[in-house]
Design a protein. Structure first.
Length: 110
């Protein structure tokens, strides 16, 4: 999967947590450890960033890291601890929503 992603997208990095929930590590979502580490490594401004995911764990991790969150809702019935900032039915729609939101912010700043 990582090879496919790197072939399709201009990625700088891929981070993975191999732990199980029982390990209680800081990098396992819904904890924000991977996002915080990436922010430190790549000088990412998390409050200006988006966390896109299809599970409540993604949304909770993004929220804990201070990101704007986008849930890709495939109709999966799952426990939700937090509500996402935006909801989309696909990655394409999520990108469209993000661009639209950022354009609105830019227009308000002018």
């Amino acid at each position: 999967m990582h090879i496919q992603l790197r072939n399709l997208l201009p990625l700088d990095d891929i981070a993975v947590c191999w732990h199980r929930d029982a390990d209680q590590c800081a990098c396992r979502k819904p904890k924000p450890g991977l996002l915080l580490a990436a922010a430190a490594k790549w000088d990412i401004d998390l409050p200006k960033s988006y966390m896109i995911g299809d599970r409540w764990r993604d949304i909770d991790a993004g929220r804990a890291a201070g990101c704007t969150t986008v849930l890709i809702d495939h109709g999966l019935v799952q426990e939700r601890n937090t509500s996402p900032d935006l909801t989309a039915s696909s990655l394409d729609e999520a990108i469209t929503l993000i661009f639209s939101r950022e354009q609105e912010k830019f227009a308000r700043q002018r």
